[in-house]
Design a protein around this ligand. Structure first.
Ligand code: ZN
Length: 262
């Protein structure tokens, strides 16, 4: 009996690392004309087909000391970082959602978000082909999976559905005022899904965490990075995703004492 408590978390960790590895491959191939279905992974530099020993998440990177086995070119740090983050998310999701259905649902949500974050960091744009499936999952959550808790079913649906547009509105307005320069249009689309997934109260807390962490990182960059100006474009999806994960996982809720909010 005790071994299962050990094997399961390790399996969950590995599962997350493998998804992270897949997200890495996807992030380098998506919208580049390279097909994800086009079989074997290759070195981005020398195009050598990678063997099984080159493809073990995290360990390959450490074993090869961050260089390609065949041509010696540096491997992007993105590979091990994303694999470790994905493994961590998977384990935390398993601990907070031990029920298999809930685990797979939330893992899917966080992994789609993780891909959006990688993509936003690389290209400062949020891909619609990922934010629309996320919106679909969010609606599935409101209508099927989420427990309506107390109160009437009408007020549940009213607040659960309003949470998305209400939380997306401030981001939408920032984009509108700045013509999309301070905040991309994709951010309000993303926030729409996060609002539906988290509800108004936790969602608002998540949004506050996003703005705080964004401001903190912005100030850091301002001091540490030469040539970084306050008007330099910072992708905001990573902060939205971070805030959402934080608020949902640790039940951060600054507004729980307000009776009206969900
Ligand atoms: Zn190579």
């Amino acid at each position: 009996m005790s071994t299962i408590f050990f094997i399961l978390p390790v399996g969950v960790l590995l599962f997350g690392a493998i998804i992270g590895s897949f997200l890495n491959a996807l992030s380098f191939r998506f919208n580049t004309g390279r097909s994800i279905a086009n079989g074997r992974s290759r070195c981005m530099h020398c195009n050598h087909t990678l063997g099984i020993l080159d493809l073990v998440p995290v360990f390959s990177y450490l074993l090869l000391r961050g260089r390609c086995r065949y041509c010696g070119t540096k491997i992007s740090l993105q590979y091990p970082v994303v694999e470790i983050v994905a493994a961590g998310i998977s384990l935390i999701t398993y601990v907070t959602h031990p029920d298999p259905l809930a685990f797979f649902f939330w893992l899917l949500v966080w992994m789609i978000l993780l891909f959006i974050v990688i993509y936003d960091l690389r290209h400062t744009i949020i891909p619609w082909s990922f934010s629309i499936p996320l919106l679909f999952l969010a609606l599935l959550w409101v209508f099927i999976f989420r427990d309506p808790m107390s109160g009437s079913i009408q007020s549940y649906y009213l607040w659960a559905l309003l949470a998305g547009p209400l939380l997306a509105l401030p981001l939408f307005l920032i984009s509108l005022v700045s013509g999309g320069r301070w905040m991309g249009w994709g951010d309000s689309m993303l926030e729409l899904s996060l609002g539906l997934l988290l509800g108004l109260s936790v969602g608002a807390s998540a949004l506050m965490c996003a703005f705080w962490s964004g401001a903190l990182v912005g100030i850091f960059l301002l001091f540490l990075k030469k040539g970084f100006k306050i008007r330099s474009e910072i992708p905001f999806a990573p902060f939205l995703a971070f805030g959402a994960f934080l608020a949902h996982t640790f039940n951060v809720d600054f507004f729980s004492s307000l009776p009206l909010l969900w």
